[in-house]
Design a protein around this ligand. Structure first.
Ligand code: FES
Ligand SMILES: [Fe+2]
Length: 352
């Protein structure tokens, strides 16, 4: 556990955090990354270290250089294209000094913006300048604008955060608030069909658990849910009735080996009652994340002693799959071949 996967798209930020003409610094996979939106409205991402003398470019400003949008370093004014990271100007050069600024390039991360979120492609080759592979498709379709976005930073390695996210057995103990899973509802036998899908798996469409009160009261009887996971750390849950649709996309992005940013993006359509209770939904969803965060902190006090961990059937099969998918991803990169999903369709059972 702990190798961070590359050559994949990671969640960077909600679109609305990237304001036109502004930029900010964030750590992604151990690199400081400058995220911003240029004056033409395009999101961009580059390594937040000026190749000249290492000053963070995020302390500079966005300026147009001969009609090209650039980030200007605050130290000596070198300018880098927002869309390619190539140096467009070294202001100190004079006539007759033929130094070619275009040979200098700050690491540039391809970005993809859709459905109100911005993803960045993190290549294994820091000099990568080609076309990134297609960004992941979550099936958000017409859900173009998130209703709300919440995030937390967990003091956890990526793997631990992902495993915690997909662990069904902790729900009745950690998330047992009265309106969600009161202890009085007891545990029920869960039996779910899992099928492989692109770099991950899905739990086939099913009726939500009858001991999950919120779903029952908010959606009534005619409701189904579908849950999917995809490398490197995307989990999404669709709750649907013939009329309405609720979509929760949870994105994990490692800041570094010991810290993981978790962002939950929530969408819905044709659900007026969700619009009505939105003011209480946001703190409720935040409470979920905080409950997980507190457990991560507790777990850290044990992990400090590097114990080995146990994986129990069937409840931990997903955790094992995640590690298997990671290994296959790393191997397929190494061997320069297509990724082959190692998961077989299976029905898993557990009490929760
Ligand atoms: S440090 Fe950035 S231009 Fe000199
Ligand atoms: Fe949780």
């Amino acid at each position: 556990m702990s190798d961070l996967l590359r050559d994949l798209w990671y969640f960077a930020a909600p679109s609305r955090e990237l304001k036109r003409g502004e930029m900010f610094r964030r750590e992604i996979l151990g690199d400081p990354v400058l995220l911003g939106r240029d004056e033409e409205g395009r999101a961009f991402a580059m390594r937040d270290i000026c190749p000249h003398r290492a000053v963070p470019l995020s302390a500079g400003r966005i300026v147009s250089n001969d009609g090209v949008q650039t980030v200007e370093c605050p130290y000596h004014g070198w300018r880098y294209g927002t869309q390619d990271g190539v140096c467009k100007l070294i202001p100190s050069l004079v006539e007759g000094q033929p130094y070619d600024a275009g040979r200098i390039r700050v690491r540039h991360f391809p970005t993809h913006e859709a459905n109100g979120i911005v993803l960045v492609f993190v290549s294994s080759d820091p000099k990568f300048a080609g076309a990134a592979p297609p960004a992941p498709e979550f099936g958000l379709a017409e859900l173009t604008e998130p209703k709300f976005v919440i995030h937390r930073v967990f003091a956890a390695a990526m793997d631990n955060a992902v495993v915690g996210l997909m662990d069904p057995a902790h729900v009745p103990y950690v998330h047992n608030q009265w309106w969600w899973r009161p202890p009085s509802t007891g545990k029920k036998l869960k039996e779910k069909r899992f099928v492989p899908r692109e770099r991950g798996w899905s739990i086939e469409r099913h009726k939500p658990a009858s001991n999950s009160l919120a779903y029952k009261y908010l959606f009534g009887g005619d409701v189904t849910t579908e849950i999917s996971f995809m490398l490197p750390g995307f989990r999404w849950e669709v709750v649907e009735t013939p009329r309405s649709r609720l979509f929760t996309l949870t994105c994990l992005t490692p800041e570094n080996e010991n810290s993981t940013r978790i962002t939950q993006v929530t969408y819905w359509r044709d659900a007026i009652w969700l619009d009505l209770i939105k003011p209480i939904l946001i703190p409720a969803a935040s409470e979920f994340l905080d409950q997980d965060g507190r457990m991560v902190d507790l777990q850290n006090s044990g992990l400090a002693y590097s114990p080995s961990m146990l994986w129990i059937d069937d409840i931990d099969v997903q955790a094992k799959w995640y590690l298997k998918l990671k290994r296959e991803w790393a191997k397929s990169r190494e061997e320069n071949r297509d990724f082959v999903n190692p998961i077989e369709p299976v029905t898993l059972k557990w009490m929760s």
